[in-house]
Design a protein around this ligand. Structure first.
Ligand code: FAD
Length: 621
């Protein structure tokens, strides 16, 4: 009934969809197995993509040839570039999405991808021979064979849902938990752990009084995620609103604390620190009289509203009572209560940089199963696991991104070397080269790499090369063209044009903090006409590169230094245990993680600088 597949992907969440699409696009014969085909690419929590650091990840996925950016663009209901007032390293695209359309677009994209087959069933185990995965076993006992398997089970492994004192098995509300895989993997020698996450109640938008809330519009000139021309920025947008909790809401919530699974010890898994439940917030920050609530539509046509900031696992009657004390929510009708979910994960220090497991060859883990939280984090891991599973099947070199190349590189490097005790989410502060890893240049950083492995198509590649050439030409022009002091009549607060005594190049003028290309264009109609022949992308790129060139250069120098260590390979079978001079902790961690380079070894927590020097000597450097 089934052929032997190159890659079987288990789970059609954000990780699974990217993994299946990437592997198939690269020519692998793929089977995507999922428990319910009607919930492909379900957004389990908020209907939004991107945000700080996460938006950069979506752009990186897109630049490599992944689909999350395109799918998000096709289902966007509001778009904002966050942190525009800060430096370009901090600009972060964020879209509010139509939940149903997002899932539909992903399903259509997968159905249109040649080489992807589907199978709807719970996979209860993998088939292993001689420490190598050779297939999967379904719940009704079918064995399907494959050269590699990617596990992307999300929050489903032995998932338990909590609402107040009620608890029941489930992978998400209304969906069954996945049984059998954790137990089998632990039997094979894997270490497993437990984490938790939560989601807020959803309400009927028709029952809210928006006049009591602050309206939040999208950007006036919205952008989009994808660098490709397959999508366009949206023309119309839906607004969101902001309101706040108050002391009455807090008192109502506190009444349920004795029935809270968070506080009575029933939930043991660690939750996401940066996405706490409302009960956690009022408990930890008792002095705060209010917390912000974002009131977000779930789509274009639906009346359902997502109450962002009000994640809770308190009993449903407590949720209902408390939510109606929020300003604007006095008559709120609840569609679904909030809940918390506990699930199994596998500490990611058990993985190689390709996301293949150390223990079982050709078995890959991606997404929430690795202890991360967030669609973007999951999607990017799925993409990398799918790429690597496909490359390995074709006996090609692995594809690994460096920390200096992408947030995706930072994410995977952190996971495999440091592990994570709590749900890991990406922040700009986790990246040491954030001026290099901007959302505006992900195509310049990554499209060529995606093209080389057969994922990014020729059209993307040409578009990126045009942008690169255009930017270089523009920078050259800005270096040549000069203006006399009397031609520079810009009046801007804090700008003293009197200090400009002689002719100055546009490049030098642009380096002044207050002046951007928009101001320069306003100086002279000819200049405006001339500069307007360049694309918006090239203008933005040139401005950033000129304004921040000294900082960018400093980061590049640091990268070069780091690359010396990064390029120094350690043989996979290296005998750490035989080096008595290594510290006990260093020896144990190096032996477990088996770093592929000296650079990677340097980032393993517990490996000291002394251990590194000893290692360098033994490697005969
Ligand atoms: P999922 O999206 O969970 O997808 C898993 C897929 O695997 C599903 O399609 C499922 O059907 C399938 N599957 C599982 N087991 C099997 C099996 N044995 N056989 C076949 N198919 C299987 N993220 C945030 O960033 N912020 C939040 O506030 C937040 N809150 C959340 C609240 C809740 C209640 C939940 C459930 C998730 C929340 N998340 C949040 C996390 C976010 O949803 C996930 O990080 C993201 O969806 C993970 O993607 P994934 O692909 O790893 O897994």
């Amino acid at each position: 009934m089934f052929p032997i597949y190159d890659v079987i992907v288990i789970g059609a969440g954000h990780a699974g969809c990217e993994a299946a699409h990437a592997a198939a696009k690269m020519g692998s014969k793929v089977l995507l197995c999922t428990m319910n085909m009607n919930t492909i690419a379900q957004m389990s929590c908020n209907p939004a993509m991107g945000g700080v650091a996460k938006g950069q990840i979506v752009r990186e996925i897109d630049a490599l040839g992944g689909m999350s950016g395109i799918v998000s663009d096709k289902s966007t209901i509001q778009f904002r570039m966050l942190n525009r007032s800060k430096g370009p390293a901090m600009w972060s695209p964020r879209a509010q999405n139509d939940r149903m359309r997002f899932a539909e677009e992903w399903r259509l994209a997968l159905e249109r991808t040649p080489n992807v087959d589907f199978w709807q069933e719970m996979i209860s185990g993998i088939v292993v021979k001689d420490n190598r995965v050779v297939g999967v076993r379904t719940n009704i006992g079918i064995e399907i064979l494959a050269k590699s398997v990617v596990l992307t089970n999300g929050t489903f492994l032995n998932g338990i849902i909590h609402i107040g004192e009620k608890q029941f098995g489930g992978g998400r509300t209304g969906e069954s938990a996945s049984k059998g895989i954790t137990e089998q993997l632990v039997g094979l020698g894997f270490e497993a752990g437990r984490m938790k996450t939560g989601t807020p109640p959803r309400v009927d938008g028709r029952s809210l009084d928006y006049t009591k809330m602050e309206i939040q519009h999208g950007d006036e000139n919205p952008e989009k995620f994808s660098y490709s021309d397959e999508t366009k920025p949206i023309k119309e947008q839906r607004p969101c609103w902001i309101t706040y909790t108050n002391t009455n809401v807090h008192k109502a919530l506190e009444k349920g604390f004795d029935r809270s699974p968070m506080f009575n010890g029933r939930i043991q898994g660690l939750g996401p620190r940066y996405c706490p439940s409302i009960e956690d917030k009022i408990n930890r920050f008792a002095e705060r009289e209010r917390h912000q609530i974002f009131v977000e539509p779930e789509g274009w046509d639906t009346v359902e509203i997502y109450v962002n900031g009000f994640s809770t696992s308190l009993p449903e009657d407590v949720q209902y009572d408390a939510i109606r004390k929020i300003e604007g929510f006095e008559q709120a009708k609840m569609f679904r209560p909030g809940y918390a979910i506990e699930y199994d994960f596998f500490p990611p220090t058990q993985l190689k940089a390709t996301l293949e497991t150390h223990l079982i060859e050709n078995l890959y883990f991606a997404g929430q199963i690795n202890g991360t939280t967030g669609y973007e984090e999951a999607a990017s891991q799925g993409l990398m696991a799918g790429i690597n599973a496909s490359l390995k099947t074709d006996e090609k070199d692995p594809f690994v991104l460096k920390r200096s190349e992408a947030y995706i590189g930072v994410l995977i490097d952190d996971l495999i070397n440091k592990g994570t005790e709590e749900p890991y989410r990406m922040f700009t502060s986790r990246a040491e080269f954030r001026l290099l890893l901007r959302q505006d240049n992900a195509d310049l950083r990554l499209t060529q790499l995606g093209h080389q492995i057969g994922l990014a198509d020729d059209v993307r590649m040409e578009k990126m090369l045009d942008k690169k050439a255009d930017t270089a030409r523009l920078i050259n022009d800005l270096k040549q063209k000069k203006l006399a002091p009397e031609e520079i009549n810009i009046s801007l607060e804090g700008l003293d044009t009197a200090t400009i005594k002689e002719k100055i190049t546009l490049e030098k003028l642009l380096k002044r903090p207050q002046i951007g290309l928009t101001q320069i264009m306003e100086l002279d109609a000819n200049l405006k006409q001339y500069l307007s022949k360049y694309s918006k992308d090239a203008l933005e790129q040139a401005e950033i590169l000129i304004k921040y060139d000294s900082y960018i250069e400093k980061e590049q120098q640091m990268v070069e230094k780091l690359n010396n260590m990064e390029n120094y390979k350690i043989p996979i079978e290296f005998d750490y245990l035989g080096i008595t001079a290594l510290s006990a902790e260093g020896k144990q961690k190096l032996n477990k993680i088996r770093p592929e380079t000296l650079g990677q070894a340097s980032r393993i927590s517990g490996v000291s600088p002394a251990d590194l020097s000893i290692l360098t000597v033994y490697l005969g450097r």
